[in-house]
Design a protein around this ligand. Structure first.
Ligand code: TXA
Ligand code: MG
Length: 342
């Protein structure tokens, strides 16, 4: 067991202390660092042995590939073979930012990063701590979300500490993750942008590049062993241990009635909802009043309510447009697709 070192950057713009973390990365160690989406558990993305440690620390299946994080466009030339005009436009418009693009990979990206695929996911994060750390390390950083596989992604230091204390070399505290949901993952095929995982960069945003934007079928429905474009789609994810049900209706009265109907199943339940509906429901916890607030809070809340020993968590759904698509994608999976729409 190793002793994790902490770097607290919540109240400073002086990032000189990142130098020591970057040295550890160069030497093959693991560093948890903030990005604007969620925290990442990072290793030198070109060092096979270092990357293997990520899979071990997370308990991640070896067929689920990792994203490489870069801090300048020059880094692309070492890791991808070609970039199409649409991919170039995506980079110009949305990088640095919460967008991951799946690109054809070069041979020097170890197969363990891409889980044997010929492609690799690349993201240029906007968070200045992430940027400085990658820049100081000088290599692409492989980093999945900082959580034990299957659990909600880590968006704050306390949740991360619970899972990774003494399993990684460094944890860098940059405060609560701003977006709170992982990046949008896209692949461009035949001049069409396919959304493999929805996120803060929405379908509506991507339509500014081309009208050919497709939302993958599996984003709002279960995979039943059929082939998927992104291995991550297959896995149970974000799931609290407590049974959850997702309830949604466009009609407010029907929605409240449907939630009340669920509450009759047990005395020991909790509801995640907005502040308006919390006034007319018992045992309600407010998850936010805008899509941005819900996105920011939801993973932390899922962990919190899971610790309260209730029999049922009832979660109010949102409309599947804009950031709502990403929220519903995560909530459906958190509830293992146990959902009611009235
Ligand atoms: O916001 C984020 O993306 C965070 C931060 C740390 O950057 N990272 C993150 O990584 O969420 P991870 O590993 O938890 O999710 C990456 C997703 C997985 O669902 C994986 O299957 C998919 O991206 N993915 C990675 N490489 C891929 C590839 N070559 N082809 C298809 N899907 C890929
Ligand atoms: Mg993840």
């Amino acid at each position: 067991m190793k002793e994790t070192k902490y770097i607290d950057l919540t109240n400073t713009n002086d990032y000189t202390s990142l130098k020591e973390a970057s040295l550890v990365l160069k030497q093959g160690g693991l560093v948890i660092f903030p990005t604007e989406t969620v925290y990442g558990i990072g290793a030198n993305g070109l060092d096979e042995r270092a990357v293997l440690k990520i899979y071990e620390a997370k308990g991640r299946k070896s067929d689920n590939p990792l994203i490489l994080h870069i801090s300048n466009l020059d880094m692309l030339k070492d890791i991808v073979t070609e970039i199409s005009p649409i991919e170039k436009e995506l980079m110009t418009k949305f990088w640095p930012g919460p967008l991951t693009i799946i690109l054809p990979k070069k041979d020097n990206v170890p197969n363990i990063v891409s889980a044997g695929l010929k492609t690799v996911g690349v993201r240029f994060p906007k968070n200045p701590i992430a940027n400085t750390l990658i820049e100081l390390t000088g290599v692409p950083i492989a980093a999945p979300s900082a959580n034990i596989s299957g659990r909600p992604s880590g968006t704050n230091i306390s949740d991360i500490k619970d899972e990774f204390e003494n399993k990684v070399d460094y944890i860098i505290d940059g405060g609560d993750s701003q977006v709170g949901l992982e990046s949008t993952v896209v692949i461009v095929k035949d001049e069409t942008i396919h959304i493999l995982r929805p996120g803060k960069i929405t379908k509506e945003d991507l339509l500014s590049i081309t009208k050919n934007v497709e939302v993958d079928n599996h984003i709002l429905s279960k995979t039943d062993n059929e082939p998927v474009l992104s291995p991550g789609m297959k896995y149970r994810h974000y799931a609290p241990k407590t049974p959850c049900v997702l309830v949604y209706s466009k009609d407010e009265t029907k929605l409240i009635n449907a939630i009340k109907e669920e509450t009759r199943k047990t005395n020991n339940y909790l509801i995640l909802t907005n502040s308006k509906h919390a006034k007319v429901l018992d045992n309600a916890i407010i998850y936010g009043d805008t899509l941005e607030e819900i996105s920011h809070n939801i993973f932390k809340l899922l962990r919190e309510v899971d610790k309260k020993n209730v029999d049922l968590i009832i979660i109010e759904g949102v409309e599947t447009k804009d950031l709502g698509l990403a929220i519903m994608n995560r909530l459906l999976r958190a509830c293992s697709y146990n959902s009611i729409e009235v």
